[in-house]
Design a protein around this ligand. Structure first.
Ligand SMILES: C[S@@+](CC[C@H](N)C(=O)[O-])C[C@H]1O[C@@H](n2cnc3c(N)ncnc32)[C@H](O)[C@@H]1O
Length: 266
């Protein structure tokens, strides 16, 4: 049976996406400190040699070098995204939380060259795969951050600065004992809503009905977010800009339906 360690004080620990094994707590650079449940687990950061070469060659250009607070996945307060410094231009910003191996963000960046895309994940092999795809397609409008998305929203993004936030299959915490680790809760809704520009959109997708229902309830309860598909059952049609990923395929292959949610910032 899986268990959640009470604390994890490994320095600069590896991270891995949720779902494949037992969840662990956030790592720390300097001993135990107050921690919240996080929606990701630790995993091996090692890269295959070809991926390592691509990573070494392009990471400085494509990864935003984030100063940390204490945890290895944190963002130091006061470190703001700067569109000119980080993307070389001002443009509408789409943030993908839990970008995995980058399929969705890369396809969207190809389709929308006039938009800046920020891919956020804590899974190094996924970030490296995303870097490789960006290089392969010669994209100039994607940057990546290796950090907890909650920290990115809180510290790097100013209020009302984001056109869209995407959360696709970001945390498959479907077992009841892990529900407290789910990313989408009232605090997240508040943070995401505050970062969206007026008229901005938060898009979510999951293959777990009870999580979809929880997301819908949490978002419905937020006073500044409107669900254009609010009439029962409240789910949106499949977002046409959402690329099919391994995680969606896995859900479908297991016989689960996919639930899309879309809410607009008033
Ligand atoms: C199940 S995978 C799905 C990846 C991708 N969205 C897809 O559909 O293929 C979930 C990803 O979300 C990332 N993730 C979960 N919680 C996160 C958080 N709080 N901050 C950053 N990344 C997170 C995990 O590391 C993992 O790569």
């Amino acid at each position: 049976m899986e268990s959640i360690p009470a604390a994890d004080t490994r320095p600069a620990a590896d991270t891995r996406p949720a779902g494949d094994g037992g969840p662990t707590a956030e790592s720390s650079l300097a001993g135990p400190f107050q921690r919240r449940s996080v929606s990701f687990v630790h995993r091996d950061h090692r890269l295959r040699p070809t991926m390592q070469r691509t990573w070494d060659e392009h990471r400085k250009r494509l990864m935003i070098d984030v100063p940390r607070a204490r945890a290895t996945t944190s963002v130091a307060a006061g470190f703001l995204l700067d569109a000119m410094r980080d993307f070389g231009r001002e443009a509408p910003l789409v943030v993908e939380i839990g970008s995995g191996t980058g399929d969705a963000v890369v396809r969207a960046a190809q389709a929308h060259p006039g938009t800046n895309f920020l891919a956020v994940d804590v899974y190094r092999p996924g970030l490296a795969a995303t870097v490789a795809k960006i290089v392969h397609h010669e994209l100039t409008n994607v940057r990546l951050v290796d950090a907890d998305a909650v920290q990115v929203l809180k510290h790097m993004l100013t209020p009302a600065s984001v056109a869209e936030i995407w959360v696709f299959f970001a945390d498959p915490w479907h077992k009841a004992r892990h529900h407290k680790r789910r990313l989408v809760n009232p605090a997240f809704a508040e943070l995401a809503a505050s970062r969206l520009a007026q008229g901005g959109t938060l898009r979510l997708a999951t293959d777990w009905l009870d999580y979809a229902e929880q997301m819908r309830e949490v978002l419905d309860a937020h006073g500044s977010l409107t669900n254009p598909y609010a009439a029962d059952p409240g789910f949106a049609p499949r977002f046409e800009g959402r690329a099919m990923t391994r995680f969606e395929e896995k859900g479908l292959a297991s016989g689960r339906a996919i639930y899309d949610l879309e809410v607009r910032r008033d």
